[in-house]
Write a protein that binds this ligand. Structure first.
Ligand code: ATP
Length: 416
């Protein structure tokens, strides 16, 4: 089934709004075994006529987002109804819903809003729980769109996403049955680069028949996608796991911080964080996970030198001698924080996010991460992530979480 996506909206082309529908729908459809083969972003208004006619000549399934609102340039419904030869009719139940929606909020229902109650004859209405414009599913039986499947979805992501889950997905599952012997696995890895993963895996997997191997690199993470028959994916996965097992933190859609909190909970281990350059992001990520209160004891953000000395008793001589960004300071921060809290683990970060503050010896992007472990030698890794501040902070937390993950699994610490 060939799938195409059309996103309408001047704001997308002006660059004021990021097109997140492609990202969301691409991932969701992929999980159902479908793929978006082409996508176009077009302005509001008449342009949609040409875009739908063109795409429908190629695609079996067409998803069109935006342009369902009440204003004059919201023409998606009208144009698609015309092309589909399904005349628009007012549906009273939608008018009632609109009246109730506006009344409950104390707004006046203007005449133009009632356009949203127009439904192409024979179309399925997709309920909009978070807005006024319902979505529509059309499967025309005549005309240029005959036999095509068309979904018209609202622009705002907070409306489109729940509508996809509640209404679109069940219809897709009904109209499309993925080939039975087909499997997808994603191995998510941390602590290793994309080129290294490719270098190791390609020679081992290249002879597996019709295996589609994909790599996706993100800050501090590499995903490897394996697609093919169930047998081939199983074999590929076994080989990849054997070769790269120490880097793989999940084969589900879990994030690294979620995997680490799950491990801490399962092993009944407690952690504290003491952060300088990451400014609390590490604590934030850990506490984003439900149940983290069982394992996360405290997070310090000791950003200034004074705070490091006063709160964690980092000796002043360390700061003046080795520097705030040094393995000695990182170690002192982690060890003190762990002892103060009687925790099993403490993670400390101290680095130079930039853009200023670097020296020849410690250039911008230098960071030390210390992991203090009850009854073990403290591990300190030095990295360099010369990038923007936000990516620097995130990548540092990825490495810190990976150090803890490795410790919890009993794996050796990697310094890649
Ligand atoms: P409304 O009833 O809100 O007018 P609509 O279906 O007509 O709904 P649009 O007017 O096209 O939707 O878009 C409304 C808003 O939704 C846009 O201003 C934008 O903020 C957001 N939006 C639209 N399309 C996208 C997209 N592809 N990705 C992210 N946000 C989007």
């Amino acid at each position: 089934m060939r799938v195409e996506l059309i996103n309408t909206g001047n704001e997308l082309l002006l660059g004021t709004v990021l097109n997140t529908h492609l990202n969301f729908l691409g991932e969701e459809l992929f999980q159902l075994g479908l793929r978006i083969q082409a996508q176009s972003t077009i302005p509001d208004g008449q342009e949609i006529h040409r875009a739908v006619a063109d795409a429908a000549a190629r695609a079996d399934l067409l998803i069109i987002t935006g342009g369902l609102g009440p204003t004059r340039d919201d023409l998606t419904r009208d144009i698609v109804a015309e092309l589909a030869q399904m005349p628009l009719e007012i549906q009273q139940s939608i008018v009632d819903h609109l009246e109730e929606y506006f009344q409950s909020r104390g707004y006046q229902l203007r005449e133009n809003v009632k356009r949203q109650a127009q439904v192409p004859r024979g179309a399925t209405v997709l309920e909009n729980r978070w807005g006024t414009a319902p979505g529509l599913y059309l499967h025309p039986t005549s005309g240029p769109l005959q036999g095509k499947h068309l979904f018209l979805l609202p622009g705002p992501p907070r409306e489109l996403r729940p509508m996809y889950e509640a209404c679109v997905k069940p219809i897709l599952q009904e109209i499309y049955e993925p080939p039975e012997d087909r499997d997808i696995t994603v191995l998510r890895m941390v602590g290793v680069g994309e080129s290294e993963v490719e270098h190791q895996l390609v020679p081992l997997l290249q002879d597996l028949p019709e295996l589609e191997l994909g790599f996706c690199s993100r800050p501090g993470e590499v995903d490897v996608r394996l697609i093919g028959s169930q047998e081939v994916v199983k074999q590929a996965r076994e080989i990849a796991e054997q070769e790269l097992h120490e880097y793989i933190f999940t084969t589900t859609d879990q994030e690294l911080h979620e995997a680490v909190v799950e491990l801490l909970i399962n092993l009944d281990q407690k952690v504290v964080t003491v952060e300088s350059c990451t400014g609390g992001l590490l604590a934030n990520r850990l506490t984003n996970v439900p149940g983290s209160s069982k394992v996360f004891l405290q997070g310090y953000v000791t950003y200034s030198n004074e705070a490091k000395c006063a709160t964690l008793e980092v000796p002043k001589e360390y700061i003046s001698g080795y520097g705030a960004v040094s393995k000695e300071t990182a170690r002192a921060m982690a060890e003190k924080a762990r002892r103060l809290n009687k925790a099993d683990y403490a993670l400390a970060t101290t680095g130079i996010a930039g853009p200023s503050g670097g020296t020849e010896e410690k250039p911008v992007g230098t960071v030390y991460i210390a992991l203090s472990t009850q009854g073990r030698r403290t591990m300190i890794n030095k990295y360099r992530f010369p990038t923007d501040r936000e990516t620097f902070k995130f990548t540092t937390t990825q490495r810190a979480l990976d150090m803890l993950r490795r410790a919890l699994h009993g794996l050796p610490q990697s310094r890649r």
